[in-house]
Design a protein around this ligand. Sequence first.
Ligand code: F0G
Length: 462
Amino acid sequence: MIETGKPQKIAQPAAEQRCINAACAARFDLNARLYVCPHCDGLLDVAVSISPDLDSKELRAIWTSRLESLNSHDRSGVWRYRELLPFAADAPIVTLAEGNTPLYDAPVSAAYCDLDALTLKHQGCNPTGSFKDTGMTTAVTQALILGARTVVCASTGNTAASLAAYAARAKLQCAILVPRGQISHAKLAQSLDYGAAVLELDGNFDEAMRVIRELAEDETIYLVNSINPFRIEGQKTVAVELLQQRAWRVPDHVVVPGGNLGNSSALGKGFKELKELGIIDRLPRLSVVQAEGAAPFAGLFESDSNVLKPIEHPQTLATAIKIGAPVSWQKALRAVVESGGRVLSVSEQEIADAKAIIGRDGVGCEPASATTVAGIKRLVASGVIESDMDVVAVLTGHILKDTDYAINYHQEKLYTHDRAADTAKEERRLAGNYSNPPARVKSTKTAILEGLRRHEQQRDQA
Ligand code: F0G
């Protein structure tokens, strides 16, 4: 890219790491190589103090002016908001022009949910096809600052693909741990192409996460799962970009899928910081939707307990969120509770149908992302969301991330995970309520026109 613009001079924010446990609240140097609090094992937040010279009006003006810049840092939908990020002006930024993802009006999905309107923020339009890129740009930049040789993550596929790409850009060695046979082919293909060492483990994501935390005790290895607070810093800028795209109009509800719970934590932090800066005057309600078979956070929200009970064998066809022991649940809970949001779970059938509906808006997404529309439909039905409210669903991954799932749904060959001996395969088949199967036709004009007529008829009946 030709860089004609000069990066604008910015007042660098002061920053440190802080334990989120109120009883501990230990503080650490920004560049201490930590993932959790060494005193109490609590999660860490990066706390950024914005320069007092910048008021909310000036910040908005700076960010708006950067939309016209050709400088690569200004063009990144993360680094454009660098006043909120804990990096010095000369940081060795690793960017792939992440962010800048579209907002779509989605009338078919809105009608499906019984809403007047629904907006989709499509994070699947990031460089590697998922929201992970917005956090990976900051985490891999921090890896360079700390002098790491190797960056690692455990992943259900998207974190892996994203890390592999950013590590390649940074010329760092990259190792990813994935549960063997449990991630989509597309995600695996990306990681291989970007040159990562792909290590397939027998066991699920939670086991991969446990072992990788041991691995990260080695000084030269840097862990970039969302337990790493520098990931969260990048991902929080999605909240800023979303609001800037809406001329700072705050939605009533923002709904996200929940897996390891980094995304919900990050969005919550982003909205909160905007409110503290006076850029917005209220928080949108942040709600999290999980898949029924992998919903420990929804279980916690519905219970009287204030400690998450992990699920030992999580199950869902939305493999991205097949997680039983989410690492960031305390941060996510804080964000949901502070904003007055909800946590709920939806069935495999609801996810599959919602995904097909999002496709009918011409948008599409991977299965995990469709939990949002399925969840919104439920929240409208139960009166938590009113039909005329302003609602944003955050789609987290691109439709091409899991084409097997889409093809199987449309051919009514999608079977749920429940393999109990007494459950016949037929009973595990998901209905193709909005399926659109391919039709075989002869290569004649008449046969093709007839095929088109039948297709139209089938759609009218649906
Ligand atoms: N949607 C998609 C497409 C994901 O890949 C993930 C997580 C989530 C939602 C959930 O986000 O973990 O921040 O709550 N994927 C991780 C991975 C776990 O390894 O790619 P979360």
